[in-house]
Design a protein around this ligand. Structure first.
Ligand SMILES: CC(C)(COP(=O)(O)OP(=O)(O)OC[C@H]1O[C@@H](n2cnc3c(N)ncnc32)[C@H](O)[C@@H]1OP(=O)(O)O)[C@@H](O)C(=O)NCCC(=O)NCCS
Length: 133
């Protein structure tokens, strides 16, 4: 199987393909996928979107907001279930780093992924704070 990992413009992605990756990865349970307008805005306005495609089919996405200088906030990363644990998540994060090499990556982990990030080199920050809307 060969994958194609590349940066894409979020606004150019087919929203249904994106929603399918959120759904099939499991991340859809933690994101407002029923609110398609909101999801469309999330994908359109993220300024650093990296995708993984297999034979053209979208199977993975990393959606970030970056200043490309200091920090990249990785908002969502999702890999379709049938492609998980084959290195795609790590490759999406590597490609995200390459787009903004000076920037550190910051994220909030979903419960199912708390063991994933330390496994691929992230360190835990003990002072993360959230102000909900
Ligand atoms: C979490 C996720 C993005 C990881 O992507 P992936 O392509 O499956 O992971 P990779 O293949 O890059 O895994 C790299 C390594 O981490 C390990 N790993 C993968 N998922 C893991 C998990 N949930 N917990 C612990 N380790 C994990 C792999 O076994 C692999 O180990 P190895 O290098 O020793 O062989 C993907 O499983 C996913 O989409 N999960 C559901 C959505 C989700 O929770 N997203 C995170 C939101 S914060």
């Amino acid at each position: 199987m060969t994958w194609d990992i590349k940066r894409e413009n979020g606004a150019d992605l087919d929203l249904n393909d994106v929603l399918e990756v959120y759904r099939s990865s499991g991340l859809g349970e933690r994101r407002p996928i029923a609110d398609t307008e909101r999801m469309a805005a999330m994908v359109r306005t993220a300024n650093l979107v990296v995708t993984c495609r297999v034979d053209g089919e979208l199977v993975g996405i990393a959606r970030s907001v970056s200043d490309f200088s200091y920090v990249t906030y990785l908002s969502d990363i999702a890999v379709a279930r049938e492609h998980q644990r084959s290195g795609i998540g790590r490759a999406l994060i590597d490609a995200t780093r390459k787009e903004a090499p000076q920037a550190k990556i910051v994220l909030l982990s979903a419960p199912a992924a708390t063991d994933y990030y330390p496994h691929i080199g992230f360190t835990q920050h003990h002072s993360a704070w959230v102000l909900n809307p």
